[in-house]
Design a protein around this ligand. Structure first.
Ligand SMILES: Nc1ncnc2c1ncn2[C@@H]1O[C@H](COP(=O)(O)OP(=O)(O)OP(=O)(O)O)[C@@H](O)[C@H]1O
Ligand SMILES: [Mg+2]
Length: 251
C-alpha cells in the first residue's frame, strides 16, 4: 500500500482536483484505491457527488474505524468523506502528540488491502495536515506554476524537512504542475526552475489548465465520467502512469 498526502499549504493549487481525478485514473489502471477527504471544506466529498456523510471526522474522534467510514464512489473507488465535524479535530487541544497519529493508526488498522491511498489535505499547516503527513509514506505536491508558487514550494519543502527531522526518516516527495498553462512562457520558465531545483522529483506529466476540470465537480463527476475523451483525462491517465513508475524508483 502506498499512501500519499496530497499537500500544499497554498490554497487553490489543485490538491482536490488532483486527488479526485488521479484516484479515478489509478482505479481505472486496475489499482485498489482509497481517497480520503481530510479538508473540513469537504470539496473532495462534494466532487465525488457524496452528500457529506459522516466520515473522517468520526474516525479521528475515535468513534468509528476507517472501514466503517467508506463510501462507494463507483468504479471500484472507495472514499472517506470529510464529515461535518472535521473542523473540530483541528481544534483539539488535548491528547498531546497522540493527536497527530490518529490517521496513521486508523489506516494501519484497516483490514482491507489497497494499492493506493490518497489524502486530500486542507490548505493549512494544522493538525489535519500533520495527521496526513505522519500517515503518508510519500508526498504529492501540486503546484500551480506561477512565480509565487515557486516561493511557496521552497517554504513547503523546508517545513516538510523540519517535520521529517523530528519524525526520523525522509519521505519521497513528488511535485506535479497541476494548473499548467503551456502557452505561457512564464509557466514554462517556472517549470524549468522547478526542474533545476528538484530534478526528478518533478513528475514528467503536467496537468494543463482546462475548464472541464473545473466543471466536472459540479456534476459530482471525475473527468473520466464527465469528458473521458478530453485531453485532461489523458493528462491524468499519464500522471497515474508516472506515479506507478515511481514505485520502482522508491522500492
Ligand atoms: N488543471 C486545472 N484546470 C482548470 N481548473 C482547475 C485545474 N485545477 C484546479 N482547477 C480549479 O481551480 C480551483 C481550485 O482547485 P482545487 O480546489 O483543486 O484546489 P485546492 O488546492 O484543493 O484548493 P484548497 O486549497 O481550497 O483546498 C477549483 O475551482 C478547480 O476546479
Ligand atoms: Mg482542496
Amino acid at each position: 500500500m502506498r499512501t500519499f498526502a496530497v499537500i500544499n499549504q497554498k490554497g487553490g493549487v489543485g490538491k482536490t482536483t488532483v486527488t479526485l481525478n488521479l484516484s479515478h485514473a489509478l482505479a481505472l489502471a486496475g489499482n485498489r484505491v482509497l481517497a480520503i477527504d481530510a479538508d473540513p471544506q469537504g470539496h473532495l466529498t462534494m466532487a465525488f457527488g457524496l452528500e457529506d456523510p459522516a466520515g473522517l471526522d468520526r474516525v479521528l474522534h475515535g468513534e468509528a474505524r476507517m472501514q466503517d467510514a467508506f463510501s462507494e464512489a463507483g468504479n471500484g473507488l472507495k472514499v472517506v468523506a470529510a464529515g461535518e465535524h472535521l473542523q473540530e479535530v483541528e481544534n483539539l487541544n488535548q491528547g498531546g502528540a497522540e493527536r497527530g497519529w490518529r490517521l496513521q493508526r486508523a489506516l494501519a488498522a484497516m483490514d482491507e488491502p489497497f494499492d493506493f491511498v490518497l489524502i486530500d489535505c486542507p490548505p493549512s499547516a494544522g493538525l489535519l495536515g500533520m495527521n496526513a503527513i505522519i500517515a503518508a509514506d510519500e508526498m504529492l505536491i501540486p503546484v500551480a506554476g506561477d512565480f509565487l508558487s515557486l516561493n511557496g514550494l521552497s517554504r513547503l519543502m523546508r517545513i516538510l524537512h523540519g517535520i521529517e527531522e523530528r519524525l526520523g526518516g525522509s519521505r519521497p516527495k513528488w511535485i506535479v504542475l497541476s494548473r499548467f498553462m503551456e502557452q505561457r512562457r512564464h509557466a514554462r520558465e517556472v517549470r524549468d526552475r522547478i526542474r533545476e531545483h528538484f530534478g526528478s522529483q518533478l513528475l514528467e506529466t503536467t496537468i494543463r489548465e482546462s475548464v472541464v476540470l473545473a466543471e466536472s465537480p459540479s456534476f459530482g463527476q471525475t473527468i473520466f465520467e464527465y469528458q473521458p475523451r478530453h485531453r485532461a483525462a489523458g493528462d491524468f491517465k499519464a500522471l497515474a502512469g508516472d506515479l506507478m513508475e515511481t514505485a520502482t524508483a522508491t522500492a
